[in-house]
Design a protein around this ligand. Structure first.
Ligand SMILES: Cc1cc2nc3c(=O)[nH]c(=O)nc-3n(C[C@H](O)[C@H](O)[C@H](O)COP(=O)(O)OP(=O)(O)OC[C@H]3O[C@@H](n4cnc5c(N)ncnc54)[C@H](O)[C@@H]3O)c2cc1C
Length: 384
């Protein structure tokens, strides 16, 4: 016996929950079924992003900063990011907010259990969760499977470990987050510290790397301790919480459609920006566009440009880093020293026009980027 729904969303993480939210808020009609492995109670991630206006999840923004610290080759800079605010949402708050929101929506159901299979036949797409079969008009899945490697593309990882620490005396600037702190030995990877201060004595402090492979677990603790004690100069601190994460930094294409009526969303749907790992705001934009398209046309598709120059520039940066044409610390230092911060953030949001893109690109080390541009073109269209 099959249960029928209009929209089945597989995975109730950031993308699945956001899509359900935007479908309802946009007034898309139909029954929505969310399928998730298990209730989400842990604070399994901390999402940060920048935004100039108020967003849909403002109620759960735990902290917002109008300044960012950047420590690079030219020393320390405390940057005003107006008109943006750098905002932090803790996953536990987001999941709880969505649980309350779902409780008031009779058209949206959430069921727990392992999703075992999905596919499509003559009658449309289907999903099996713990032996129970569901059929929908459209299925959206955020189940992530790392892409198999293709020599045309780049595959770096952004991996990090963070501790929420509390110090006995004030140790953090509560009015400014630390975006990138390169006062760490770089060796074979891009390494930097990242600090999200909750107040003067409490902060999430992360040790982050961009590199092709993960480190042994103890190396993250060592790096984090080295940053807290050696760079931030903290003598005594208490560790309150731990966070570990791996985000793919790849320009490999993620198929938007697995079959005519099964679409991928979230990281699985290519919503992670290859050069930075930022995903949360792209998930919101993607979900909003799907909802608007469904409302207008009854289908979840919207026009996308065939050539995305920002995606090409992401590939060039990945090539620079992968080949070691120029140390990451130099690239990011030039970027932040030679441009107003808001321009860099707009560029990373892919909202800049040609002229601003040229300004940004002319601020980074040109020989390395020219060589990497040729490298990307050759890999992509010259046969690898
Ligand atoms: C620790 C961490 C910190 C991050 N910080 C930021 C940040 O600051 N800013 C930013 O923009 N991005 C950040 N990201 C990247 C990105 O925003 C997150 O990974 C985001 O959660 C991706 O959303 P998603 O829905 O694609 O995946 P997820 O949120 O991982 O959702 C996938 C869901 O599918 C469920 N699932 C998986 N398999 C099954 C199955 N077989 N059956 C049923 N359910 C299943 C999982 O339980 C999960 O709930 C971070 C990522 C991590 C890991």
């Amino acid at each position: 016996m099959e249960e029928r729904h209009d929209y089945i969303i597989v995975g109730a993480g950031a993308a699945g929950l956001s899509l359900a939210y935007h479908l309802v808020e946009a007034g898309v009609e139909g029954r929505v079924l969310l399928l998730e492995r298990a209730p989400k109670t842990a604070n399994d991630r901390t999402w940060c992003f920048w935004e100039a206006e108020e967003g849909p999840f403002e109620a759960v923004v735990a902290r917002r900063w109008h300044h960012l610290w950047f420590y690079g080759q030219r020393g320390a800079q405390r940057l005003s990011i107006a008109p943006y605010a750098y905002k932090m949402i803790r996953a536990r708050d987001f999941y709880a907010f969505m649980e309350r929101w779902l409780a008031g929506r009779s058209g949206v159901l959430l069921r727990y259990g392992e999703v075992e299979a999905m596919g499509e036949d003559g009658e449309g797409p289907w999903v099996v969760q713990e032996g129970r079969r569901y059929r929908g008009r459209w299925v959206f899945t955020s189940l992530y499977h790392p892409p198999s490697k293709n020599p045309r593309y780049h595959y770096l990882l952004q991996h990090f470990k963070g501790w929420v620490v509390r110090t006995p005396t004030p140790a953090f600037d509560p009015e400014a987050a630390t975006f990138m702190d390169f006062r760490l030995e770089q060796r074979d990877a891009v390494r930097f510290g990242y600090v999200l201060p909750f107040d003067a004595r409490t902060a999430l402090v992360e040790y982050t790397l961009f590199s092709p492979a993960l480190l042994p677990p103890e190396a993250y603790d060592q790096g984090l301790r080295g940053y807290l004690e050696g760079v931030l100069g903290l003598g005594r601190y208490e560790v309150l919480e731990t966070e570990f994460g791996v985000i793919p930094m790849t320009d490999a294409p993620f198929p938007r459609r697995l079959s005519p009526h099964i679409l991928q969303i979230g990281t699985a749907g290519g919503q992670t920006k290859a050069s930075t790992g930022y995903t949360f705001q792209r998930i919101q934009a993607h979900s909003r566009r799907i909802a608007q398209a469904l409302r207008r046309t009854g289908r979840p598709f919207y026009p996308e440009p065939r050539w995305r120059r920002h995606a090409f520039m992401d590939s060039v940066l990945l090539h620079v880093l992968e080949r070691g044409y120029c140390p990451g610390v130099r690239v990011f230092s030039e970027l932040f020293c030679r441009n107003p911060p808001a321009r860099v953030l707009r560029f990373l949001d892919e909202k800049t026009g040609w002229l601003e893109d040229l300004r940004v690109m002319s601020s980074v080390p040109l020989p390395a980027f020219a060589r990497a541009t040729l490298g990307v073109l050759w890999r992509r269209w010259g046969g690898g």
